[in-house]
Each structure stands twice: as structure tokens, then as C-alpha cells.
Ligand binder design. Sequence first.
Ligand code: ADP
Ligand code: CP
Length: 309
Amino acid sequence: MSKIVIALGGNALGDSAHEQLTKAQVAAKSIADLISDGHHVVIAHGNGPQVGKIRLAFEETSKTQEDVMPFPECTAMSQGYIGYHLQQAIDEELVSRGLAHIPVISMLTQVVVDPADPAFTNPTKPIGGYYSEAKAQQLMTESGDTYIEDAGRGWRRVVPSPKPVDIYEKISLKTLVDAGQVVIACGGGGIPVVYEGTRYKGVDAVIDKDFAAAKMAALIDADIFIILTAVDQVFVNYGQPDQRGLTTATVAEMQTYIDQNQFAPGSMLPKVEAAIAFAASKDGRQAVIASLEKAAETLVGKSGTMIQL
Ligand SMILES: Nc1ncnc2c1ncn2[C@@H]1O[C@H](COP(=O)(O)OP(=O)(O)O)[C@@H](O)[C@H]1O
Ligand SMILES: NC(=O)OP(=O)(O)O
């Protein structure tokens, strides 16, 4: 039996609430396969599309800039409704397999970041929907926000994405995990907070959930870290006629591919960096990048890209 942390991609969870629930049900089958096999599973999820849409809804309906919902609150909202979908879908799947005694719980999670992180002045995290270049240029002029081209999929707004330093609720997290519960935590990378004087305060940023999940995996001493997204494997020469899927790779090999700029910033690069960070943190730890539908297959080498020291 292994302790496994799974990171579910926000983009891979679909566009609308309806689509998300359907995709959560697909992910739940994969997750329940692992639980049925006796593994202990902890889940983090993304929120890029969702947090962007929540923020946009408030920007479009607020009378003043001050009324617009701040980003930490938007991430808290996304943790709520994505966690609700995942809780419901995983629970249903466990009940259907006679595993109703295993509780599933999602935790609002605050993740501590460094206020001096250079990411605050260099926005890189894509959120919300996709726009044409012309529309993105118009939005940049009107709003002063930054938009970039996102891995060949269109233009998207980007916001600061500081690295996770600590998980504020780590004692509760470990208690629930040790009690055998299926915990959903660090949704959307966690609600970003900084220590200010005598208290923690939310900051305008969206943490990358792959980095937060890697931090959580190390904190709970997980054996395996699985990043589930919309592609079956990591590719070199991605999108080119000679693209090649990677089945296994060492940390050193992946670092060489990073140095060759094989992975798009804001999409595959943070996944590979998070996977490397976990695999390199202790001998024997494995990190896998695979598609949402195929979590259990990755453990028997039938799918995904497996990275180890
Ligand atoms: N080298 C690569 N190999 C595989 N996918 C890549 C690569 N570079 C960029 N991508 C893109 O990265 C996407 C995964 O990133 P993203 O959509 O941000 O993930 P998430 O599912 O976590 O929201 C893939 O669906 C693919 O379109
Ligand atoms: N917060 C975050 O990393 O979301 P995505 O997985 O949707 O990019």
C-alpha cells in the first residue's frame, strides 16, 4: 500500500459546472481504483479556468473596483465548489464499491507564500478563458492586466504565482490523512496568505497547484505523486511532427529537457518542475504525469510519464 498525492488539473476539469461534474466523475473512478487497491489517496486540484471566471463575474457586476472580489476569496470559492464536486463524485464511487465507510472531506486550505517572492512583479499563471490575440491586446489596453499566449491554445490573462512555502492547516491535514480519510486539500494551489505583523492575510495571486501538491506530498511523506492532466504523457518536441512521448525519465534527464525549453511555461513546465522536486526530495519517491482517466494504469507502467531519481 502506498501513500499517493494526486494533483488534478483545473483545465482538465472542463469549462462549465456541468462539464466539471462529469469530469470529476471520470477522475473519481481513477481515484477509487487506487483506493480499492488499498492505496491511501490525498487530492489537490487546480482552479485556473474557474478562478478566472469567478473573478471576471465580479469584475463585470461590481459598481467599483473596491467591490470586486479579491483573488484569495475567489480561490476560496473555487475550493468550495470544486471540492463539493469531487467529494460527491468520489463518495458515490466508493459507495458503489462497498467502501462507504471511507470518509471523503475537502479542506479549505491556506498556503503561506513569501511577500518578497519575485513572482509578485512577474505574472505567469494563466487563468480564465482563452481569447484571440486582438481581443487580448484590447483587454490589456483597457484593464492594464497582462495576457500571454498559452501553449498554443489562445491568449489568457496571467496573474502572479508565488511558490508555496508552507501549508497553514498542515496539522489538521496530517490528522485527517492519518485517520484514513480521503482528503481534498490545497485546491487551486491553496488560498495564498502572507504573515503580516500578528496575522495571516490573503494576497492577490494564484498558486500553482502542482507546486502546492508537491509541497503537500513531501509534508505527509507520500510515496507517489501523480499529476493528472489532459494529455497521456509528457512529450518532447510537443506539437511538432516529430513529437515523442516519455514513458520513464530520470530527474537529470527531465532537467536536460527543461534546459532545452521543451515544456511550456504556465502549463507543462510547472508540472515537470513539481514532479522533479518531489522525486528528487528522497530516494524511492516517484512522480507521474498522466491523463485524468488513467491514474491506476500509471502505477503499472501502462500510461503516463514516470520520473524518479
Ligand atoms: N511538452 C509538453 N508535453 C505535453 N503537454 C504539453 C507540453 N507542453 C505544453 N503542454 C500542454 O500542457 C497542458 C497541461 O497544462 P495545463 O492545461 O495548464 O494543465 P492542468 O490540467 O493542470 O490545468 C497539456 O494539456 C498540453 O496542452
Ligand atoms: N491553480 C492552478 O494551478 O490551477 P490550474 O491547474 O488550473 O492551472
